[in-house]
Design a binder for this molecule. Structure first.
Ligand code: ARG
Length: 279
């Protein structure tokens, strides 16, 4: 047994209070298809979507986090996925510029919310990027997805804007079209991810950066298990991702299963509904 194994106690986990921006799914529906999860002919239960979303919001509050909200706009059914609205680090707001015309109006709407709340470092980007869908913050660096939505040129733009190192990762499986559907940040130096969602080169980069990462199974990924949110101790994740939940427990985290099945019909879950306001 190596020294490392003999001391392999789970770390003590401490939650830090967060500020989140969320958008009610009052106008949520699946009326178009821009990812393989969306089937406009399948009915959506709007009431259930709202109750499930309220469950997530209430849970954040019970855990001591602050939840702010942005008014949903009729005709923008995907606006509930607040994670895509911007990327915020050190109080600096890097706006989102959407790939698909169905969602383009969301970018300025989210940026306007930040203006109205007194954020003064606002940036309207030159290149397409879908906010925290493709930008994830790990400690003092960013991981950035590309392949389906965010233009890789945006990665350098974000690096210059934030003054933080940005590592590009290529997504190759259309079911995992945003980085936050395939990788999740657990602490300042730990992640979980689904290797098969990434190109060979990007898998090698992830192994290099995070040799001890939790690797998700096909089953975890298929129920959107990686779309989870950690506050350092509690990890809110889709209820069906049971293997992932056990791995989190083994590492000392406290997994909390959440039901967001109606929102999954649009290809989103816990993380997609949550935009973290840092700084
Ligand atoms: N229907 C939305 C889209 O395809 C879902 C966005 C999910 N958001 C996320 N952060 N992954 O754009």
């Amino acid at each position: 047994m190596t020294a490392n194994q003999s001391t392999a106690q789970p770390r003590t986990r401490t939650a830090t209070p967060r500020r989140f921006l969320m958008c009610s799914p009052r106008h949520f529906d699946v009326t178009y298809s821009i990812n393989p999860w969306m089937h406009p002919t399948k009915p959506v239960d709007g009431g259930l979507a709202l109750r499930q979303w309220e469950g997530l919001r209430d849970l954040y509050k019970e855990l001591g986090h602050t939840v702010l909200d942005i008014e949903p706009i009729p005709g923008l059914p995907d606006m509930v996925f607040a994670a895509n609205g911007a990327t915020v680090v050190d109080g600096k707001v890097f706006g989102a510029r959407f790939r698909h015309v169905e969602r383009t109006a969301e970018g300025p709407a989210y940026l306007e919310w930040f203006r109205s709340q007194g954020f003064d470092e606002l940036y309207w980007p030159e290149h397409i990027n879908e906010g925290e869908g493709d930008y994830l913050v790990v400690g003092r660096r960013l991981l950035a997805g590309t392949g389906f939505r965010t233009d890789p040129r945006s990665h350098f733009e974000a690096q210059e804007f934030f003054g933080l190192p940005v590592t590009s990762l290529r997504l190759v499986n259309p079911s995992y079209y945003h980085l936050d559907t395939a990788l999740s940040v657990l602490s300042d130096d730990e992640v979980a991810y689904y290797p098969q969602a990434f190109s060979e080169g990007s898998q090698a980069v992830l192994r290099e950066m995070f040799p001890d990462a939790i690797l998700a199974t096909d089953e975890d990924a298929a129920v959107f298990g990686l779309n989870m949110l950690s506050d350092g101790r509690h990890v809110l994740l889709p209820k069906a991702a049971t293997a992932l939940a056990s791995k989190l427990s083994e590492r000392g985290f406290e997994p909390i299963g959440v039901d967001l099945t109606e929102l999954l019909k649009a290809g989103g879950s816990v993380k997609c509904c949550t935009l973290e306001l840092r700084g």
